[in-house]
Design a protein around this ligand. Structure first.
Ligand code: PMV
Length: 308
């Protein structure tokens, strides 16, 4: 039997613009995770069980573009297997689906590691990230690759599409409170809507992406220097630009405003937007107050995480 797990993630700054070549920053969120377990079986076939999404199926019965089936087939092919072994694969996840915490990428990373190990392989983080990226394309259409990168490498990343991955240092611990709107919003749709805006007026939207890219650069410097007030302002500005991009929602705006009123240094939506999670940066001593304010403002659940 082999097993592996992978953390969730949160994008600090730069989502959407990152699809258009601008930098973005993301960090792992270890309070939630996906887990895969692979066991040899006496029953023929490759059985996949994912109770969180109500799935119990044999590999051959799943469509070729089903993310789990596609990943398993890809791993069998890379291992050069002509005949599929008899296996039981169980996947569990505490990461809410469609909430901007990287549930799809975390499942891919955990499954790729567990199944590779069962087949006698030991892929590097970069190889696991590349595999998960192929599967992200089935979830998202045109992913930037930031989700698979931060989750496979499980460290803070400064990500620019098509460039070697960079990490960044954290000058002073950052307390983040994540508030879930409870609304599941497909990233594919918000990314598609932004694409249509951009196609209609590339000059206008390139300028917005450029501003977001500058915010991401400045945020990295603020994080490295431990300038959390400065980072808070940058998060607020990033949220305003995401509103312009039409990917916020009344719920995300309400939660962000509630966090700021409760003393957060800054707040913004995170990920694809329209629903899912927002994040607030706060002084550690105010984290409880910010959590309470988010719950009062309707957050379905709240997670506090410290990035060090
Ligand atoms: O919704 P999430 O957490 O998967 O994040 C998507 C981030 C985007 O920049 C909107 C898309 C991408 O592929 O980078």
């Amino acid at each position: 039997m082999t097993s592996a797990s992978a953390p969730g993630k949160i994008i600090l700054v730069g989502e959407h613009a990152v699809v258009y070549g601008r930098p973005a920053l993301a960090v792992p969120v270890t309070q939630v995770h996906a887990e895969a377990q692979v066991t040899r079986s006496s029953r023929p076939g490759v059985w996949i069980e994912a109770p969180d999404i109500g799935l119990r199926a044999e590999l051959a019965s799943l469509p070729v573009d089903h993310p789990l089936a596609a990943l398993i087939r890809e791993l069998f092919q890379r291992a050069g297997l002509k005949q599929f072994p008899a296996l039981e694969i169980t996947i569990r996840s505490t990461i809410p689906v469609g909430s901007g915490l990287g549930s799809g990428a975390a499942v891919s990373v955990a499954l790729a590691r567990a199944l590779s190990a069962e087949l006698g392989g030991r892929p590097s983080d970069a190889q696991v990230s590349e595999l998960a990226f192929e599967i992200e394309k089935l979830h998202h259409g045109t992913p930037s690759g930031i989700d698979n990168a931060v989750i496979a490498h499980a460290r803070p990343v400064y990500f620019v599409r098509g460039q070697p991955l960079q990490s960044f240092t954290v000058g002073r611990p950052m307390t983040l409170v994540l508030g879930d709107t409870g609304l599941s919003a497909p990233t594919k749709e918000s990314v598609g809507d932004v694409r249509r805006l951009w196609e209609h007026d590339p000059q206008k939207w390139e300028a917005v992406f450029g501003s977001i890219g500058v915010i991401a650069e400045r945020s990295r410097r603020a994080i490295e220097a431990g300038e959390l007030e400065r980072l808070g302002e940058l998060l607020d500005r990033n949220h305003a630009l995401l509103q312009e991009l039409t990917v916020s929602s009344p719920e995300l705006d309400r939660l962000s405003a509630a966090a700021r009123s409760a003393g957060a240094l800054g707040a913004k939506l995170s990920g694809g937007g329209r629903g899912g999670n927002m994040l607030a940066l706060t002084r550690s001593e105010l984290a409880g107050q910010v959590c309470a304010a988010l719950k009062d403002a309707g957050a379905r659940s709240v997670i506090t995480t410290v990035v060090e």
